[in-house]
Design a protein around this ligand. Structure first.
Ligand code: ATP
Length: 744
């Protein structure tokens, strides 16, 4: 990688476009004072991203743009382009040439280009850093700045040396790591504070979730209990409903039957046999009495008749002549028949009076018959009149007798009727007594059935309450468990076994359900809890994420700290190695320049306040820790010199050059610009200087701005810069002799 060319346009005194081709390893820029040579070095600083206007001798951006002259107008922009050869791909870009350009305008706007594409300053700095061209510009030594390193403080010196050794990258990395560490620690604090914030919420949610989970398991438990309970209850209810229905219907039927029977019995009982038969009996008995009286009258009449007949007969028989009595067979037969009939009635009667009546009648008739047979009077017809009278009496008597007999027959018939009536009444009486008994029995039966029916009704009422309770249980369970409760019908049940079971068992189950329900209600506190579950899961996930993040952050903080330590150690090691290497070269160059003597860099320690930025760990903040700096120790031959301030201007310049070259030798920069670094050298030292730059040019491309002939003589290309009356720098490519001439 080499600097191929530098194109300057509108920058400071270079109003017009000027191009430097740095084809040689040493290029010299010569010209009279004030012609614009140093502006070339500044153009280089400028294009490499220099941000300090002071280091480019300006106060404002405008100072870098050609400001015009009497004859030439000022420019509105300044542009500088540096072209590197990148055939060896030192720059990590796939171009043979890398052209970096910077353009500024009077409004202070600044633009950067990489191979004509607009890029950011950061891109330019990163690209240059990749080839060890730092923005600090340690490889561009401005006019009068050669001994800057000697004038600097130990700390600044250390920074310069580190930069020159290419160790800036460590600082940059350390700073970057520390910045990251600060950010990481901030993030850690943020994560920790977030976790602290959500911790009580998680705790709260966890309790809720535990409750919900408990409720869930209680619900499951309840479902199990319910399934069995409901299935059994339903079976029981169905069965009981049927049984009660049958029982009730049976009893109702029985009751109706009893009532009907009772009504019939009562009706029967209400009938009064005495009333029904009494009147008729009375009437019949009255008739009989009448007829008996009539018969007695008849008997008396007959008696009288018979008396009359007897007296008549006696009269007729006056001389009494007893004759054999004559009784017709017909007469005897009639009498026998009558008696037979009458006795027949008496035999079948239980009525004592009646029987007695019959007996007396029979006795009277038999008596009369005998009387008739024994004392019969036979008319002799002596007295026809008496005989006719007798005949009349007898006829009358026979009529009376017939009437008496007819009456007797009627009496017998009436008595027979009375007898029948009495028997019927008796039968009726017996019947009524039976109905009374039946009524009594049916009443008792009715009462019993009614009692049993009442009991069944009572059971039915209780059963209805059980049914209501069942429905209520189903409803409540549904609210607590949901529709899944309806799966209770799937419960496998041995129905016969369930029906045979004591209800106490089922009651125990219901009580258990009740207890579980109460526990569940206590746990639930309303809501299904899905929201809470979700929130809990999300919050826990968030907390876990934060914990993980925190863990990662801790790890990365740890690795960053480790990295910082490593970088610091590496820096320290490399720095010390670098110092050792520089010291070897420094001593040589110094001895060469001064013809003897010694010079070295020494690490010095000065106290400073400890940084209290990166570590969150507590501790005394103001503790002092030593800070490393660099001191320069010189020992001139034959002189007793103590301290740099005792050196002459030339000696200072020589020492600076020795150190500069030593550093460049140890870590050669890609190119080095030296602006009149040789200004203070005498002829002998100029030669030594010339030797040194020639040696250095083996490692670094050199651009030297000089008035020194010796230096010019070592250059491969010499550019002359002149400035005419137009106050514009112009570029001439010239030969050495011309250059020497021009430089004067
Ligand atoms: P010396 O040999 O004395 O060191 P030099 O060749 O290095 O001189 P420079 O310092 O590079 O000279 O140039 C200074 C010149 O540049 C001055 O004449 C100054 O007027 C001119 N100059 C600086 N800035 C501008 C500007 N913005 N516009 C025009 N001219 C400028």
């Amino acid at each position: 990688m080499r600097v191929k060319s530098l194109e300057i346009s509108g920058f400071k005194s270079f109003a017009r476009k000027s191009v430097f081709e740095f084809g040689a390893s040493i290029s010299a820029i010569v010209g009279p004072n004030g012609s614009g040579k140093s502006n070339v070095a500044e153009a280089l600083r400028f294009v490499l991203g220099e941000q300090s206007l002071k280091s480019m001798r300006g106060k404002r951006t405008e100072d870098l743009i050609f400001n015009g002259s009497k004859s030439i107008e000022r420019q509105n922009r300044a542009k500088v382009t540096i072209v590197f050869d990148n055939k060896d791909r030192t720059f990590p870009v796939d171009f043979d040439e890398v052209a970096i350009a910077r353009e500024i305008h009077r409004d202070a706007s600044s633009e950067y280009f990489l191979n004509s594409s607009s890029v950011r300053l950061k891109d330019v700095i990163e690209l240059l850093a990749s080839v060890h061209i730092g923005a600090s510009g340690h490889h561009i030594i401005s006019q009068g700045e050669a001994d800057r390193i000697l004038n600097a403080s130990p700390k600044e010196r250390r920074a310069m040396i580190e930069d020159a050794l290419g160790l800036k990258i460590y600082h940059w990395r350390i700073a970057e790591s520390e910045k990251k560490l600060v950010k990481t620690e901030e993030n850690m604090r943020a994560s920790e504070s977030l976790r602290r914030e959500i911790a009580p919420h998680i705790k709260f949610l966890k309790k809720q979730v535990e409750k919900i989970e408990q409720a869930r398991s209680l619900r499951e438990e309840l479902l199990v209990l319910y399934r069995e309970y409901l299935r059994r209850e339903e079976t029981y209810l169905k069965h009981t409903r049927e049984i009660l229905k049958v029982e009730r219907e049976t009893l109702e039927h029985e009751l109706r039957t009893a009532e009907e029977g009772l009504r019939a019995a009562d009706t029967m009982r209400a009938e009064r046999p005495d009333e029904a038969f009494g009147a008729e009996l009375l009437r019949a008995r009255g008739e009989i009495g009448n007829m008996r009286r009539e018969r007695d009258d008849l008997a008396r009449k007959i008696g009288r008749m018979e008396g009359m007949i007897e007296s008549e007969e006696r009269r007729l028989r006056a001389p009494v002549e007893t004759k054999d009595k004559m009784i017709s067979a017909r007469e005897s037969e009639l009498l026998a028949e009558d008696l037979y009939n009458e006795l027949g009635h008496a035999e079948s009667s239980e009525d004592y009076l009646y029987i007695k009546g019959v007996v007396s009648r029979v006795r009277v008739r038999v008596g009369k018959f005998l009387e008739h047979v024994r004392g019969g009077v036979i008319s002799t017809g002596r007295s026809e009149e008496n005989a006719r009278e007798l005949e009349g009496l007898r006829a009358e008597k026979d009529t009376l007798m017939e009437a008496g007999m007819a009456l007797e027959t009627r009496i017998g018939t009436a008595e027979g009727r009375v007898h029948v009536l009495e028997q019927e009444m008796e039968a009726k009486r017996r019947e009524t007594t039976g109905a009374e008994r039946t009524s009594f029995e049916l009443k008792a039966r009715k009462q019993e059935v009614a009692l049993r029916l009442d009991m069944v009704r009572g059971r039915q009422e209780a059963f209805e309450r059980e049914e209501v309770a069942f429905r209520e249980e189903l409803r409540e369970g549904g609210i607590l468990i949901g529709r899944v409760l309806l799966t209770y019908t799937d419960f496998v049940l041995d129905e016969a076994g369930a029906l045979a079971e004591n209800r106490i068992e089922q009651e125990q189950r219901r009580k258990k359900i009740e207890r579980t329900k109460i526990r569940l209600e206590d746990t639930m506190g309303g809501g299904s809890g899905e929201d809470v579950m979700r929130e809990y899961e999300e919050t826990v996930a968030r907390d876990e994420f934060l914990a993980k993040e925190l863990e990662d952050l801790k790890k990365s903080a740890e690795s960053l700290r480790a990295l910082v330590r490593e970088l610091e150690e590496a820096l320290d090691v490399q720095f010390k190695e670098g110092i050792a290497k520089i010291n070897a070269q420094f001593g040589n160059f110094f001895a060469l320049m001064f013809g003897g003597g010694t010079a070295s860099l020494q690490i010095s320690y000065e106290k400073k306040k400890k940084r209290a930025d990166t570590d969150i760990a507590e501790g005394p903040e103001d503790e002092e820790e030593p800070e490393e700096g660099i001191d320069v120790a010189v020992n001139l031959p034959h002189k007793k010199i103590r301290g740099l301030q005792m050196l002459s201007g030339g000696e200072r310049a020589l020492t600076s050059i020795a150190l500069l070259f030593a550093v460049s030798q140890v870590n050669p920069p890609p190119f080095l610009v030296l602006d009149e670094t040789d200004a203070a050298l005498d002829e002998a030292n100029s030669r030594k200087y010339g030797d040194m730059i020639e040696n250095l040019s083996k490692y670094s491309q050199l651009v030297v701005i000089t008035h020194n002939r010796e230096t010019m003589s070592r250059a491969g290309i010499i550019y002359g810069v002149t400035m005419g009356s137009d106050a514009v720098s112009k570029l001439l490519s010239i030969k050495f002799e011309e250059a020497a001439q021009l430089a004067k």
